[in-house]
Design a protein around this ligand. Structure first.
Ligand code: FES
Ligand SMILES: [Fe+2]
Length: 380
């Protein structure tokens, strides 16, 4: 939680900035195709859930969602009732939102924000848990003769807090080693010391991969986003590479970069936008002064939930600061993501659901999408 705000860039982040400076765009070399059924086949969707979502580490939320000790929040987007908490010692936990007595849902509010949780009390018979999930006590304990309280903590998932983000996995063997590598980049941006400005969940009528695809190519930026963010990226080029399974991209203009001292990380960040596709289902966009984190959570083959978090360097101190961040949030989350990217994904789904198109075409600016789908295929 206490990483320095402006540490140094990682060698990989610098290498991408250098590639931009040299004008080296990362492009594919040929047109690729994908079967349209990858977005519409229910059997494939079940295989993705089993082989990807029930096995791999998944991003849940930024650490800033739990800014103090003894807080907890319910999280249901992955189809499992979860509690995300920070205990009295500051350690994050991911636990089942299911009472060990008779299964009652414990946190039932629809609060977008974490609530005080030094004690989590079941609404039914008041079994009471600490914020780390351990069972603190139960009324009429004499009615449970011989019961070992220590054996009745809330069920825990493998969890990992790293890079200012909280992760979990259904797979109890998961060691999060690749995530730790990726988090060096997030530490370089100081995610852990940021403030969570807003969190919003969008219901999107599109296969989860269509949403991810929208953040893996810059081909659409000057077209779909012509009246919103296109100007910020005009004439920019994209350099990209991989960290394990995950994709990293940097967009910027060589002429702006030429004037920047590359040892000045804050200055470099003002002219380069870094984007990460965290395999399988999350996207992180690091703009010069704020960060968007999106988790795409499949619901059915043709629907998903997208949770968008915006991190800012510190809580707004003035009305002007609040108005400034609200404008950024409205432009990005409301107009650009929901109104343009997610809407385009929904239109795509409707076209593909017709069954008329057997395969989709990917040009050389869309090679990030073919890389992503090849990784998904390899695991099914
Ligand atoms: S079900 Fe939770 S205390 Fe009984
Ligand atoms: Fe977009």
């Amino acid at each position: 939680m206490d990483a320095p705000r402006f540490p140094r860039p990682t060698p990989g982040q610098l290498a991408l900035a250098d590639a931009l400076l040299r004008g080296e765009a990362s492009l594919g070399t040929k047109v690729e195709t994908l079967p349209a059924s990858v977005y519409t086949d229910p059997d494939r969707f079940e295989a993705e859930k089993a082989k990807l979502f029930n096995k791999l580490p998944l991003l849940l939320a930024p650490s800033a969602m739990l800014p103090k000790n003894n807080l907890a929040v319910a999280h249901d987007g992955y189809g499992v009732p979860l509690i995300l908490s920070r205990d009295a010692q500051g350690e994050a936990h991911v636990m089942a939102n299911v009472c060990r007595h008779r299964g009652t849902r414990l946190l039932d509010g629809d609060s977008e924000e974490a609530i005080p949780a030094a004690r989590i009390v079941c609404p039914y018979h008041a079994w009471t848990y600490r914020s780390d999930g351990s069972l603190l006590g139960l009324p009429r304990a004499d009615c449970f003769p011989g019961m070992d309280k220590d054996a009745h903590s809330l069920m825990r998932f493998r969890d990992f807090e790293c890079g200012g983000l909280v992760w979990f996995s259904h797979d109890q063997q998961e060691d999060f080693a690749e995530i730790a590598m990726l988090c060096q980049d997030f530490d370089a941006f100081g995610f852990a010391s940021h403030h969570l400005y807003k969190r919003k969940t969008h219901a999107v009528a599109a296969n989860w991969k269509l949403v991810i695809d929208a953040f893996l190519e810059s081909y659409h930026v000057q077209r779909l986003h012509s009246s919103t963010i296109a100007n910020f990226f005009a004439d920019g080029i994209t350099a990209a590479d991989c960290i394990g399974q995950h994709q990293r991209a940097a967009v910027g203009r060589a002429d702006y970069l030429a004037d920047v001292d590359r040892s000045d990380w804050a200055a470099l960040r003002r002219v380069v936008t870094y984007t990460y596709q965290i395999f399988p289902n999350s996207v992180v966009i690091v703009s010069p002064d704020y960060i968007n984190i999106m988790t795409v959570m499949p619901q059915t083959v043709g629907t998903c939930l997208v949770e968008d978090f915006m991190l800012i360097p510190e809580p707004p101190q003035t009305n002007e600061a609040e108005a400034h961040w609200k404008r950024s949030w409205d432009l990005l989350d409301g107009v650009t993501f929901a109104g343009e990217d997610f809407h385009a994904a929904e239109l795509c789904q409707r076209g593909l659901d017709s069954g008329l198109l057997k395969e989709v075409q990917l040009g050389t600016l869309e090679n990030g999408i073919s890389n992503f789908h090849a990784r998904v295929d390899a695991l099914l």
